[in-house]
Design a protein around this ligand. Sequence first.
Ligand SMILES: [Zn+2]
Length: 79
Amino acid sequence: MPENDASRVTRFDGHGRQHVVRVRRAGVQRTISCDTCGWRQGAQFLPWLKAERHLAEAHRATVDPPGSDAGEGGGRASR
Ligand SMILES: [Zn+2]
């Protein structure tokens, strides 16, 4: 289950590179944008699933980061 309060989705690819998709809320709509390639898409619900799919399909980044980084953003306290 994706975290409801996450503001970004971070994954690593097979080369150990980090890819980040940000989730921004604008009213009921959410906009997700990829830092790596500039891809953007609107999503009304489950934006994190779309973000994960983009990371997997576009960047082959499917590896969950080991231990959530509490340094930046800090939106992942619920795990
Ligand atoms: Zn991308």
